[in-house]
Design a protein around this ligand. Structure first.
Ligand code: GLN
Length: 549
């Protein structure tokens, strides 16, 4: 029998509902329960695939090719499980289903309304993953903030489910903010009281209140929140700001969040939390023995969420190497031949990020050239790989106007070209090459050594590809295709010979890095960056040789 936990948010957005939901899931999983998480988003886009990264951060892609909210990335990284299309539902998708059914005549002449038709569809989807019987607990995060007009149908669906289910099969966790007023030197509970009152007006009563706060809550304050919000004092959970999101599960463990959940859901016989690996990872993260500086070359750098999975992959790979990874964001639009040495001169590694469209690509190409020539460790992802191919074509193969037809339709050397099956596509949503595809690695290559196997599977999100008409020329000049799709021959990985670390991948390896399974290319890239930085230090000061030995 699957039990359901709903996580709502009050007072303000950006409180970290996704991290709290993922941390709770991690704790329950660590006690031997089978747990998954899903997210319901109130916006009207059918999925976040068509959203600009500035709007909503990165678009996370699942194994089955769903374009989803970035919180699903946190769920996968924390739980080390795969999510799917069913784990992310938007208002747009709900309405699309209901309207399609209406057009088919499924409502038999009835007036189609928010209640019951929209709420019924929300409830059906909320129970869908649980109905497979594969999970003991399904956690559902409701996007947005309670009180928003667009969240109302979701809150109503939760109310109905709570009413339909046995009390011990369903509970609501409400995440709220306890602001600290400097002038008054006081933590304030009033916004939380209002937020809980608002929920009660909608018929949903939270069972547990998780309080985001900069300062510790004393017992008096906890009692006050408990009294006004009508929960037991033990159900008031403090969520203090943490240095790393990966500390949050342990903080929640300390606060007893999992225990109160288990008690309320009448789950007995669970085991003690098994968090050995997690703690080991945290120790390495907290006490690194070295530091590397990596340049992240992108055009959405003003918004860190745009590169969420890449940044988290660096955290995992850094811990694996016991190395602090300091990220320097470099805006690709402003890199030129003249300033590249100044901008990239202090780095130990360069990552050229994914992206779409023309803006900033010339700066990316200049950055790749710098890394290739200076033997700086280089890692290109998706558009970053395509830029590495273009740079090589222009500056090594001497194909001066080489380009991707995404940026220049009339280039005489389309080294990156639109895939044949993409040419007739005119609609945008969900039409890229999406999700996981196999990739065969060439024996004896760096890619093969990094993965330690010959057949891998990675996730994709792109329309353009390396143009195989140029492959022979590339390989003869030292840029080899070390990974290819076995069925289609599409180039998935390029790597440069005679360079300590130069690799570009057409897929998105960052989407599969988790705390327990850091992504191998990221791990090797940080190792190469570490070696680069040690070599640099040695060149500057040969006396260090003794210390390093
Ligand atoms: N714009 C490129 C393409 O569609 C790269 C996409 C990406 O970096 N995700 O092929």
């Amino acid at each position: 029998m699957t039990k359901y936990i709903f996580v709502t948010g009050g007072v303000t957005s950006s409180l970290g509902k996704g991290i709290i939901a993922a941390s709770l899931a991690k704790l329950l999983q660590s006690r031997g329960l089978k747990v998954t998480i899903q997210k319901f988003d109130p916006y009207i886009n059918v999925d976040p695939g068509t959203l600009n990264p500035y709007e909503h951060g990165e678009c996370f892609v699942t194994e089955d090719g769903a374009e989803t909210d970035l919180d699903l990335g946190h769920y996968e990284r924390f739980l080390n499980i795969f999510t799917s299309q069913a784990n992310n539902v938007t208002t747009g998708r709900i309405y699309q289903t209901v309207i399609n059914q209406e057009r088919e005549g499924a409502y038999l002449g009835k007036t189609v309304q928010v209640i019951p038709h929209i709420t019924d569809e929300i409830k059906r989807r909320m129970l869908l993953i649980g109905s497979t019987g594969k999970y003991d607990i399904v956690i559902t995060e409701i996007g947005g903030t309670v009180g928003d007009i667009e969240s109302l149908p979701f809150v109503e669906a939760v109310r109905q489910l709570q009413w339909e289910m046995e009390e011990e099969d369903c509970l609501v966790v409400h995440l709220t903010l306890i602001p600290y007023l400097k002038a008054a030197k006081e933590l304030k509970t009033k916004p939380t009281q209002h937020s809980v009152k608002l929920m009660s007006e909608n018929g949903v009563h939270p069972d547990i209140i998780v309080c985001r706060t900069e300062r510790s809550l004393n017992m008096e304050l906890r009692k006050k929140i408990a009294l006004f919000c009508n929960v037991k004092t033990e159900a008031v959970i403090e969520a203090m700001d943490a240095n790393s999101i990966y500390e949050v599960p342990l903080k929640m463990l300390q606060e007893g969040l999992d225990v109160i959940v288990l008690k309320k859901l009448h789950i007995n016989g669970y085991s003690a939390p098994e968090l050995g690996k997690w703690k080991e990872f945290l120790d390495k993260l907290k006490y690194p023995s070295a530091k590397v500086t990596i340049g992240l070359i992108g055009k959405y750098i003003e918004l860190q969420d745009a590169y969420k999975s890449i940044l988290e992959s660096f955290v995992h790979a850094g811990a694996m190497n016991e190395c602090k990874v300091q990220i320097v964001n470099v805006h690709s639009e402003f890199i030129t031949d003249e300033n590249v040495a100044e901008k990239l001169g202090n780095l130990d590694g360069l990552l050229v990020a994914p992206g779409f469209g023309k803006r900033g690509v010339e700066g990316k190409i200049v950055a790749v050239k710098y890394a290739r020539e200076k033997k700086l460790p280089f890692f290109g992802i998706c558009l970053g790989m395509q830029m590495a191919a273009i740079e090589f074509a222009r500056n090594v193969l001497n194909l001066k106007d080489a380009h991707s037809t995404e940026m220049d339709e009339n280039t005489s050397h389309p080294v990156i070209d639109l895939m044949e099956d993409q040419k007739a596509i005119t609609t945008k949503g969900g039409t890229m090459r999406l999700g996981s595809y196999p990739c065969e690695l060439k024996p004896g290559t760096m890619a093969n050594a990094i993965y330690g196997q010959s057949l891998i599977s990675e996730r994709h999100r792109h329309r353009w590809e390396f143009n195989n008409a140029y492959l022979e020329q590339f390989e003869q000049a030292g840029m080899i295709a070390s990974g290819k799709n076995p069925a289609t021959g599409l180039v998935e990985i390029i790597e440069l010979q005679n360079h300590p670390f130069f690799i570009g991948v057409q897929y998105h390896p960052e989407l599969k890095s988790t705390v327990e399974n850091p992504q191998p290319i990221f791990v090797s890239f940080i190792k190469a960056a570490r070696e680069f930085s040690e070599k640099k230090a040695l060149e500057k000061n040969p006396l260090l040789q003794n210390e390093m030995i």
